[in-house]
Design a protein around this ligand. Structure first.
Ligand code: NAD
Length: 511
């Protein structure tokens, strides 16, 4: 048996791997590979996860393909009624899902796990009202006695490939709309926290979703590659780091699929001299260190404009002194990082920043956690006097490290943001409406906050970045999601009578 270990920090305690989910039930699969899944707060292995091979992917795609015709033909009323029941069950039992995320696999604090479920639930609620969005248009007498109308068809089986940091919310950005519009789904969650996907699959079944409409394959690159090139998969929704997003986009589009691939981020917060510095400091701490910085919308670079830098750094430091780090079940502010490898990588960026001349104002490497010593701990870290050439600034770190840069003017700050290769989220803090409006217009970023540090759009808008933060044309959920998961057919129709006879080889014109 081949074993792929995600890290070597602890010994295995569980024997049966977390399984796939195919045709409405757990599916052990044929692959001989599995990986360890860690509880990051204890450093111990909480379970193993099966890693699908091509045969397992084939089995899941076959189930989704077989289930598609009946699901496509299920009335819109029934499809949305199932999603409505799912929403009710999810709302009543979300603490169970939060517990899985916090206690067994991801480690984020319980309130944060509940928060991500609630944001995912918003998309389910949006999908319950899909009827109005999925309907086409109709024009009577577009030409004399000729009617024209459009209908929106589902695509078929679609793949969703999700990252570790939102094991519930990111799948819920996609599958409610994919299902509501009549597609069937194969979800490939992150192998670091695979169990949330099974809980969601089981709940969809309880809500009445027919077998085979929603399937899960656990796995790594092998499973992803099989999905990207499978001829029955019609579309791919991916979320993860930028190099993998680019690879997924290139591979799946070359295989003829519709693709939306959301990538990494480096989100800046621009603080103008007139901003309320207390509110800006609160926002910087919340957005920099929530979920241990493992959020694609986390603020990782704060740009202080003009003379406010020192005062702002002092206010942020004061607030950081009160943050507690520990086991997510113990009412702490911040949990551990997801794996030991990731924790060490983030710590190495702090080392590099220090070597490069940044001032370490608050040092998370020396944190004393409220949790097991063997957990993957790294406390909130504040680096001041960071400059654009430092790796702590150029790279996406994805951890609790906030870098402060200084700019003399608004223009200098804006130029910094716009020359960054990422364009996911950004925020401006100011009391000057004119400056905020100018920023909103001039900044080259997909999601902009004005005095809002994590501007994740509500479910009836769409989520997506620009530049290297998104490959493809469609953002996630909202109207973009509806059009991503449907294709439009336009019908031009007339019912013949003798007046329509005669030969005319000219291009049809309306009369
Ligand atoms: P990741 O890119 O390592 O993994 C994402 C998915 O790709 C997982 O399902 C993983 O199994 C798979 N994968 C990993 N390596 C692969 C390979 N070589 N070939 C094919 N598939 C592969 O990302 P992660 O570490 O799980 O998540 C963190 C990243 O996701 C960060 O970069 C973060 O910014 C990004 N993210 C972006 C958004 C967004 O909306 N833009 C949201 C959440 C997370």
């Amino acid at each position: 048996m081949t074993t792929t270990d995600t890290t070597t920090a602890a010994s295995t305690t569980a024997s049966t791997p977390v399984s796939h989910w195919v045709n409405g039930q757990p599916y052990a699969g044929n692959a001989e590979r599995s990986a360890e899944v860690f509880n990051p707060a204890t450093g111990q292995v909480s379970s193993r996860v099966a890693l699908a091979g091509a045969e397992d992917v084939e089995h899941a795609v076959a189930a989704a393909t077989a289930a598609f015709p009946a699901w496509r033909d299920t009335s819109l009323a029934k499809r949305t009624a199932i999603l409505f029941t799912f929403r009710e069950l999810l709302n009543a039992r979300k603490h169970e899902l939060a517990e899985i995320i916090t206690a067994a696999e991801h480690g984020k604090v319980l309130s944060d796990a509940l928060g991500e479920i609630t944001r995912g639930q918003e998309v389910v609620e949006f999908a319950c009202g899909i009827a109005d969005l999925v309907k086409g248009g109709m024009t009577e007498n577009a030409s004399t006695n000729v009617d024209v109308y459009s209908v929106n068809h589902p695509l078929g089986p679609v793949a969703i490939i999700s990252p570790f940091n939102f094991p519930a919310m990111v799948p819920m950005w996609f599958f409610p709309l994919a299902l509501a519009t009549g597609n069937t789904v194969v979800l490939k969650p992150s192998e670091k926290d695979p169990s949330a996907s099974l809980w969601l699959a089981e709940l969809l079944g309880e809500a009445g979703l027919p077998d085979g409409v929603f399937n899960v394959v656990q796995g790594d690159k092998v499973a992803v590659d099989s999905l990207l090139t499978h001829s029955d998969i019609k579309a791919v929704s991916f979320v993860g780091s930028t190099p993998i997003a680019r690879y997924v986009y290139e591979t799946a589009t070359a295989a003829g699929k519709r693709v939306q691939a959301l990538g990494g981020a480096k989100n800046h917060m621009l603080v103008l001299p007139d901003a309320d510095l207390d509110l800006a400091a609160d926002a910087a701490v919340n957005a920099g260190f929530g979920s241990a910085g493992e959020r694609c919308m986390a603020i990782s670079a704060l740009v202080a404009v003009g003379p406010v830098g020192d005062e702002l750094v002092a206010k942020i430091t004061e607030r950081m002194n009160n943050l507690t780090v520990g086991d997510g079940r113990r009412n702490c502010d911040m949990g551990p990082l997801v794996t030991k490898d990731h924790r060490d990588k983030v710590a190495s960026y702090i080392d590099a920043g220090e070597r490069d001349g940044a001032v370490v104002v608050a040092d998370g490497r020396t944190v004393t956690p409220n949790g097991d010593e063997a957990g993957f701990w790294l406390g909130p870290t504040l680096l001041d006097q960071v400059t654009p050439g430092m790796s702590v600034y150029t790279d996406e770190i994805f951890g609790p490290v906030l870098s402060v840069l200084r700019a003399d003017t608004y223009e200098e700050g804006l130029e910094l943001i716009n020359s960054n290769p990422y364009g996911n989220g950004t925020a401006i803090f100011t009391n000057d409406g004119g400056a905020a409006r100018r920023f909103r217009d001039e900044v080259q970023v997909g999601m902009v906050g004005v005095n809002v540090p994590i501007p994740v759009p509500v479910a009836y808008y769409s989520f997506g970045g620009w530049k290297s933060s998104l490959f493809g044309d469609a953002h996630a959920y909202g109207h973009h999601g509806v059009s991503f998961y449907t294709r439009t057919k336009v019908v031009t129709e007339r019912w013949l009578d003798p007046s329509h006879g005669g030969i005319n080889l000219g291009f049809p014109q309306n009369d």
